[in-house]
Design a protein around this ligand. Structure first.
Ligand code: ACO
Length: 431
């Protein structure tokens, strides 16, 4: 098969959000700490009516419906998530409920987990399947979904929630370039979830940022070493999307790649750079790379700034945001760099080439349906947000349990958790 890649994308955003300026006041931090310091505008969240299974059900069913697919067209379904509700039963098996009516039970794939990297691992699995002898000619679906919540404190404003479902197949408009992948994996305790009775991670924030930036350097070096011909540096890319824990880190990441190019002789040399303090160097490159950032990366931050970190879905939300920022007729020929990072740690860089195969207007039109929901969300007060997190924390793993969230607040077509019985079996309905 040729031109294997992403044929369609669907984004699910939560119907509720809290404003970051409201959170700054509520948490009594200095004005601008979350909005300027972290670069965040709003944060999406879910009540106890939604869990990772319901987010995946919503994402996959809407991807299938919006793109006029049949469940029997799908031969592989992969889930990437770090929001675990069951240590044995995968979210993928819950999604098989959607396939029942079609009679298609021949669907490979299960869940993949490593912090925010699971979606990328799931995507790589789907691509490998299509390029392998096991491929039966059908399409693959990858869904990345997470509910990112933190204990009270500095990390809490960097939460979020959401899902991205992608249809993977040959003849795609968004072709994943073959042979061009940089990967860096290592052992680190920067962010992890050893307490299975809590949704909250253990996080060493500063270490996680260092690990992220180091992984970025290593993946970039490895990716560039595989490039044959053409520009070897940022000029190679029309856009660069990053995993986005918060927008300020993405701003610094682009500056980091810009600096890498300088140091390695792609750009003009900065002789004094070695003698300066690191924070100054960072500031300087953030300034020097301003126009490159505005051109190649800022448009990818629409969802990250207004929904927050969606963990496995984050980098694909970045891709979706970028695609919507360019008119479809200007997309063909563009190359998009992608950097995916999951704490612990696993990271990869790859690139997507946009191909004009007639399907782009449809792809973009369908993508817009999900992202347009941003405008229809309900803003809740920080007190209400804190109450929702309290309910989630207290009800986690309780059985039997009837969720208390307001179903009227969900968007139409959203799957939700209607009940958990005494055997911990979860039941879902659709709004
Ligand atoms: N106005 C403007 N800027 C401000 C203000 C203000 N009032 N107050 C602080 N700032 C700036 C700081 O100067 C700093 O800027 P810098 O990064 O350019 O130095 C920035 O805001 C952050 O403030 P800090 O005090 O350095 O950090 P904080 O204690 O708020 O913690 C952190 C930030 C570590 C990111 C925390 O939110 C966290 O742990 N988040 C979760 C972990 C995470 O997201 N890691 C990233 C990779 S792993 C992953 O995806 C989960």
């Amino acid at each position: 098969p040729t031109d294997v890649g992403i044929c369609a994308i669907h984004v699910v955003v939560p119907s509720l959000y809290v404003d970051q300026t409201d959170l700054e006041r509520y948490n009594r931090v200095s004005e601008g700490k979350y909005t300027v310091g972290l670069g965040q505008k709003q944060m999406g969240f879910c009540t106890d009516l939604e869990d990772v299974n319901s987010l995946c059900l919503t994402a996959v069913s809407q991807l299938v419906e919006n793109n006029g697919l049949s469940y029997s067209d799908i031969g592989r379904l992969e889930v990437g998530t770090e929001t675990i509700v069951d240590k044995s039963k995968s979210a993928k098996t819950v999604l098989m409920k959607l396939f029942e009516a079609s009679g298609n039970f021949q669907v490979e794939g299960i869940d993949t987990t490593n912090a925010c990297y699971g979606g990328t691992a799931a995507l790589f699995n789907a691509l490998s399947w299509i390029e392998s002898s096991a491929w039966d000619g059908r399409l693959a679906v990858v869904v990345a979904a997470d509910i990112a919540v933190y204990a009270e404190g500095n990390a809490r404003p960097t939460g979020g929630a959401g899902a991205v479902a992608m249809l993977i197949g040959p003849g795609a408009a968004l072709v994943i370039e073959r042979g061009l992948r940089g990967t860096y994996m290592n052992h680190a305790y920067d962010f992890y979830k050893p307490d299975l009775s809590s949704e909250y991670p253990m996080v060493d924030g500063k270490l996680s940022v260092d690990c992220y930036l180091n992984a970025l350097d290593r993946c970039y070096e490895s990716y560039l070493s595989k490039c044959r011909g053409g520009d070897v540096g940022l000029n190679r890319f029309d856009s660069f999307v990053f995993h986005a824990p918060y927008c300020k880190l993405v701003r610094k990441s682009l500056a980091r790649l810009y600096m890498y190019d300088f140091v390695n002789g792609v750009g003009a040399k900065d002789e004094q750079h070695q003698q300066r303090d690191w924070a100054d160097v960072e500031k300087m490159y953030v300034e020097l790379s301003r126009t490159v950032f505005e051109d190649k990366t800022e448009p990818s931050l629409l969802l990250a700034s207004r929904v927050g970190n969606t963990y496995t879905a984050s980098v694909y939300s970045g891709l979706a945001s970028y695609l919507l920022s360019v008119s479809p007729e200007r997309l063909p020929g563009k190359r998009i760099g992608v950097f995916s990072y999951g704490s612990g740690l696993a990271s990869s860089m790859f690139s997507i080439k946009v191909v004009d195969n007639g399907s782009l207007p449809g792809l973009i039109g369908n993508l817009k349906k999900g992202v347009d929901r941003l405008e229809g969300r309900k803003r809740l007060a920080p007190e209400q947000f804190a109450d929702v997190l309290d309910v989630r924390q207290k009800s986690l793993h309780r059985a039997p349990y009837a969720p208390t969230g307001d179903r009227g607040q969900l968007f139409p077509g959203t799957w939700f958790l209607s009940n958990i019985d005494e055997m911990h079996r979860r039941y879902y309905e659709r709004n």
